[in-house]
Design a protein around this ligand. Structure first.
Ligand code: HEC
Length: 466
């Protein structure tokens, strides 16, 4: 990393830590006049007054805040004749509730169906623009509600078909929630984690009744993933490698597969001295994207049979891997069901979990979160980084959280250094790279190349450190 890049990374890490500890008190004004009126009975910071019945006593401020009776999410509240009805249904304003109907209810005590309202509904004399602001606030509450965001709570959904991931991540997320709770919530909201069933229909039904802002997703069966993606929920977990194109709602923390593929192709070409035969196992999309990289070595020829090296970028049976030199992302090899053929003498794997040299130490908050689980490995590190980034983005948004704004806020974080995972930015960019681990199988010697990005010059002298 250039000194400038390093500095930027450290500065962002400092911001990350600073914002993680700042107890932000978002002003209601940031939400517009409707929010202050709805939640606190305030206009320009001053309490409004309203009467209970035409000649009734005047009450002020919080006592006549709409949310006090109708509920913070306009879901309705109270009992019996004095029950304040819901003003929203499934995220939408009740059809009859327009500016005129609102004015009639507030000023004359006439309900949406034309009947006289119970005196428990106060009488207000508000400027017409405040009626408009109230309706806008109701619309906003409705939009948030269908995205799992309430005034005091925010819902994230997850699915962990893999029991090991579940065992590692569940305690981490609980620790994070406990930490936030001790601090009074994340911008006054508590975080609820909804564990979705693995069966697609059931998962969607669950999201219908309990909408979620985003998915904390490490891995999911393809059918479930497709169903969830069709819902447009942002995906915030991170290390399942990206292989083909994916929706614009995915934010991941690992090196994208193309970056790993280019690094491995470059290492292979360099090791072979730019000539010889190699075999490529990849899905067509990745193969096409890799074309320009391989074209840099015209004397390196593809061969389906005899080859000096294999570039393995898609799961393959062990039998297909019998070549002297094998280049592959580490997670693919980790999923091999059978031992690697003895014919493989040199093994070069990308390890997207390795940190570039000079990475800052994790923040105290990160250490508190990772906790004892540090030894548990890369999944927990990535998950911790993801939670910290999510937290930082949410703090920046203050109260007005929507899926689109969350994705925007994550993107605005730019290149982030957590000290837990390689420098991260929400979309693959120049900064994405990885470290290559080299294993000489006959001698058992291991070597880790310096962390590098595709297109970087080859490491001059390879240090023989672990
Ligand atoms: C002290 C409690 C209370 C407060 C504060 C309050 N309401 Fe009400 N509201 C009620 C009750 C109770 C009803 C239902 C009365 C009935 O059904 O006869 C009602 C009814 C309504 C209705 C008519 C709904 C329908 O189905 O006809 C609207 C609209 C309404 N409120 C809007 C508001 C708004 C906007 C505010 C804030 C400016 C507000 N209310 C503040 C108690 C309250």
């Amino acid at each position: 990393m250039s000194p400038g890049g390093r500095l930027a990374g450290v500065a962002i890490a400092a911001v990350l830590v600073a914002t993680a500890f700042a107890s932000e008190r978002p002003t209601a004004a940031a939400d517009g006049p409707g929010a202050a009126l709805w939640l606190s009975g305030l206009v320009d910071g001053r309490p409004i007054g309203a009467r209970l019945g035409p000649q009734g006593p005047e009450l002020r401020g919080a006592a006549v805040a709409c949310a006090r009776c109708h509920g913070a999410e306009a879901e309705g509240g109270g009992e019996g004749a004095a029950r304040a009805p819901a003003l929203l249904r499934r995220g939408a304003r009740r059809p009859a509730l327009d500016a005129e109907a609102l004015a009639r209810a507030l000023e004359e005590g006439i309900g949406l169906d034309g009947r006289a309202l119970h005196p428990a509904m106060p009488r207000y004399a508000l400027a017409p623009e405040l009626h408009a602001a109230l309706l806008a606030e109701l619309d906003r509450i409705g939009r948030r509600a269908v995205e799992g965001v309430e005034s005091r709570r925010l819902r994230l959904a997850t699915v962990w078909p893999n029991p090991a991931a579940r065992a590692a991540l569940r305690p981490l997320i609980e620790r994070h929630r406990a930490l936030l709770e001790a601090e009074g919530g994340l911008v006054h909201r508590e975080i609820e984690l909804l564990l979705l069933p693995a069966e697609p229909e059931a998962a969607l039904r669950r999201l219908e009744t309990e909408p979620a802002l985003a998915l904390l997703l490490d891995d999911a069966p393809p059918a479930l993933l497709a169903a969830l993606r069709a819902r447009g929920l942002p995906e915030l977990f991170p290390i399942r490698p990206q292989i083909g194109p994916e929706p614009a709602t995915v934010r991941r923390l690992g090196a994208p597969r193309l970056v790993e593929a280019r690094l491995l192709a470059e290492a292979m070409a360099e090791d072979l001295g730019g000539r010889g035969r190699f075999r490529l196992l990849a899905d067509p999309a990745l193969e096409a994207e890799l074309e320009p990289t391989l074209a840099r070595w015209p004397e390196l020829a593809r061969s389906e049979a005899e080859a000096d090296a294999l570039l393995l970028l898609t799961p393959a049976p062990a039998g297909a891997l019998a070549v002297p030199r094998l280049y592959a992302p580490v997670d693919l090899l980790a999923r091999l069901a059978t031992p690697l053929p003895a014919a493989v003498e040199a093994l070069v794997v990308t390890d997207p979990r390795a940190l570039p040299p000079g990475s800052p130490a994790p923040s105290e908050r990160a250490r508190a979160l990772v906790g004892e689980a540090e030894a548990a490995g890369p999944l927990v590190r990535h998950a911790t980084a993801a939670l910290l980034l999510l937290e930082t983005a949410l703090r920046r948004l203050g109260r007005d959280v929507t899926r689109a704004r969350l994705l925007g806020a994550l993107d605005e974080l730019g290149l982030v250094t957590t000290g837990l995972v390689p420098p991260w930015s929400s979309r693959p960019g120049r900064e994405a790279g990885a470290a290559l681990l080299r294993l000489d199988r006959p001698s058992g010697a291991r070597r880790v190349d310096p962390w590098r990005r595709p297109g970087d010059p080859p490491p001059a002298a390879r240090p023989s450190k672990e």
